[in-house]
Design a protein around this ligand. Structure first.
Ligand SMILES: [Fe+2]
Length: 451
């Protein structure tokens, strides 16, 4: 059943295995889908408590001449090596303290870390794959990143942000510009003061990290919310428009405790009735505000917008978002439209359950969506890859790694037409594949030159 595939330990497939392709993988699709996620949930007799604690298992689907190969390797982080050597879990994770304090939830524990000037974090970088310059790193929301060879999946070396820049940790979800530079946000925690956010830029053509600070002259605020993922942001006629996935509380984290995730489905649904679903919300910040702008009225002047920004008596701006869609997570876009006005985003449908079993495409203009699903199948975060020379935003394919709880259905890499969500091909592999979190498509150099 579904529960059995969530927390089972993954197996490495260190040598590439050929997939059996049904349908036709486009010949222009050349490169590697490199992905990350938790793969090992117990070491010796000790087990992790939380799904986000599992040890990183990196895997890849490589596309060449219509053929697909698969491989996977555990990230050889210091955390992995220490745990394996001890044959038990000896490094604390966010949801699993080696000396558990049951009175504290994940957030309380994180704050304890912060207040104590942060002991060393785990380097189990299980969340995402990021690119700095020409190098690829496994990442999580800590001070360490581990470089990974995208072909062999070998762990190359560990980097500590703190040796480069005055931050205590940085996000696992940076952004990139068209020149190949990477932008990320770090958090600097000094004593008992309020944490400071630091935006930094890593040049695409050189090593080293540099500071880049940005200040605004008005204070924008909204109701309290929890955010894990941003969809896109852009400027339009003197406004900043940004779309994010929001929750009204942090219940989602609690759902990912393994004792919840491996519970019988009926119990799980009952226990998580209070789950607050993800909302895709659009915020619009007008930039051309003056101190004498009228108070109490909406200052957003974009004609097709319903999000509002209203100046309060104290001069701050209260932002009321527009809910674009409900029940979608792990968002992705055609990245050529990053920081530009765009129409479509892709993601995993997430309603009552933390196990996404559908992927979908949302049209922000019409507020409609289309879906792909198959019984007993769990597709990963969808990744958009554009057709060569594409002009239309949705001219391309969607890639998703799919695992099934049906033992008769092998794991497969799904290729959809991004416009229609019709299946173009699936590449089934004869080895185990784990459920993952995030990743990126790395075009092969040859196909970049030809496109
Ligand atoms: Fe994430």
């Amino acid at each position: 059943n579904m529960q059995s595939i969530i927390s089972r330990n993954g197996l490495e497939t260190p040598e590439p295995v050929k997939a059996e392709v049904k349908g036709s993988v486009p010949s222009w699709l050349q490169g590697t889908l490199l992905r990350n996620g938790p793969g090992l949930f117990s070491v010796g007799n000790s087990e992790y408590n939380h799904w986000f604690d599992g040890l990183s298992l990196i895997h890849s689907f490589t596309f060449s001449g219509g053929e697909v190969t698969y491989r996977s390797k555990y990230l050889k982080s210091e955390t992995y090596k220490r745990n394996i050597k001890a044959d038990r879990i000896v490094v604390s994770e966010f949801g699993t303290m080696v000396y558990p304090d049951p009175c504290k939830n994940i957030f309380a524990r994180a704050m304890t870390h912060f207040r104590n000037i942060i002991p060393d974090f785990t380097d189990n970088n299980l969340i995402n794959i990021i690119r700095y310059g020409k190098d690829y790193y496994a990442s999580s929301e800590v001070n360490y990143i581990n470089q990974v060879d995208p072909n062999s999946l070998e762990t190359v070396s560990r980097e500590n942000y703190r040796n480069h820049i005055a931050v205590n940790l940085a996000t696992a979800h940076p952004h990139y510009d068209r020149e190949g530079n990477t932008y990320n946000m770090g958090t600097a925690i000094i004593g008992l003061g309020r944490p400071k956010y630091v935006i930094f830029k890593v040049p695409g053509n050189a090593s080293g990290m540099s500071l880049k600070l940005k200040a605004t002259s008005f204070k924008y605020y909204t109701d309290a919310l929890v955010v894990f993922h941003h969809i896109n942001a852009y400027e339009e006629d003197g406004h900043v428009v940004f779309d994010i996935i929001t929750y009204k509380d942090s219940n989602l984290y609690n759902m990912f405790y393994l004792h919840n995730m491996t519970d019988e489905t009926d119990n799980f649904i009952n226990a998580n009735k209070e789950f607050s679903p993800p909302f895709c919300q659009r915020f619009i910040l007008p930039l051309s505000i003056q101190k004498d702008s009228p108070k109490g009225t909406n200052l957003v002047t974009l004609t097709d917008a319903t999000a509002q920004a209203v100046m309060q008596d104290d001069g701050s701006i209260y932002c009321k978002p527009d809910t674009v869609f409900k029940g979608m997570e792990l968002p992705g876009i055609n990245y050529n439209f990053n920081a530009r006005k765009y129409r479509y985003f892709y993601g995993s449908r997430l309603e009552w359950s933390p196990h996404p079993n559908k992927i979908a495409k949302v049209d922000i203009v019409t507020r409609t969506h289309i879906e792909w699903q198959q019984e007993n199948c769990y597709p990963s975060e969808p990744v958009f890859v554009g057709s060569p020379g594409a002009v239309e935003e949705d001219d391309g394919v969607i890639l998703s790694s799919v695992v099934s709880s049906d033992p008769n259905v092998s794991p497969f890499l799904l290729v959809l037409n991004a416009r229609t969500f019709e299946e173009i091909a699936r590449a089934s592999v004869p080895v185990p594949v784990h459920m993952d979190l995030h990743g990126m498509f790395i075009p092969s150099t040859g196909s970049q030159e030809s496109s």
